[in-house]
Design a protein around this ligand. Structure first.
Ligand SMILES: CC(C)(COP(=O)(O)OP(=O)(O)OC[C@H]1O[C@@H](n2cnc3c(N)ncnc32)[C@H](O)[C@@H]1OP(=O)(O)O)[C@@H](O)C(=O)NCCC(=O)NCCS
Length: 187
């Protein structure tokens, strides 16, 4: 399944990442330790790191393994972040970030809701889910505001190389096509 290369929302253009985004991405967020604090990668040191990442994104898209879009402010064309979707196990794993000066305005809630709702309308997709570091209150709140439910704490689930050397717990949230019908056998 290949998603659209472009979505639009009230305030955003969400369009496929391109190799030519490297300069803006490097300058605006890829080297920023505040943005990357709870991400799975360390800040980029040189624009070549960002170029290599975007080349990887192109290969991932072609292989349908992961889809990465850039977020552009609709009225200014400025790149303000990215959002990604990784298919697997009848679901989609979402990732996202915003450049620091775009935090706090509800923009990621807008982007995450649009991308999630597109996936949930596709045949064979039953679940969209995302994890975050337990200290990442803004991300947890974005997921709640986007209609996701907290489903548990995954112990030692993920590496957060900017927060520590070992795998750490993650909070997991999901939105599903409908509530599960299977009986819950727990007391
Ligand atoms: C996570 C992130 C995308 C949030 O985007 P955003 O557009 O600023 O989010 P929103 O404005 O829609 O909502 C943020 C919510 O978190 C709340 N929040 C922010 N910081 C908080 C904190 N430290 N403690 C508690 N709540 C916090 C805000 O009050 C807001 O909730 P409200 O609308 O109920 O007031 C942004 O902070 C970011 O890019 N962070 C760095 C990258 C990252 O961590 N990505 C996610 C990886 S899982």
């Amino acid at each position: 399944m290949i998603p659209p290369e472009r979505f639009t929302t009230g305030r955003l253009i969400i369009r496929r990442a391109q190799p030519s985004d490297a300069g803006a991405m490097f300058e605006r967020w890829a080297q920023d330790p505040d943005v990357t604090r709870y991400l799975s990668w360390t800040p980029h040191r040189r624009v070549e790191d960002t170029e290599a990442y975007l080349a990887f994104c192109t290969r991932q898209w072609e292989a349908r393994r992961e889809f990465v879009w850039m977020l552009q402010a609709a009225e200014s064309d400025t790149l303000i972040g990215s959002i990604s979707a990784r298919p697997g196990d009848h679901g989609i794993n979402l990732g996202y970030l915003l450049t620091r000066d775009a935090w706090g305005g509800g923009l990621m809630t807008e982007a995450a809701t649009a991308v999630t709702e597109w996936w949930l309308a596709q045949e064979g997709v039953f679940r969209v889910w995302a994890t975050c570091h337990p200290g990442n209150a803004a991300s947890a709140r974005v997921l709640e505001k986007s209609g996701f439910q907290f489903e548990g704490r995954l112990r030692r689930w993920e590496e957060y190389p900017n927060a520590g050397a070992e795998p750490m717990d993650s909070l997991s949230f999901s939105r599903t096509v409908r509530e599960p019908s299977a009986p819950d056998n727990r007391p």
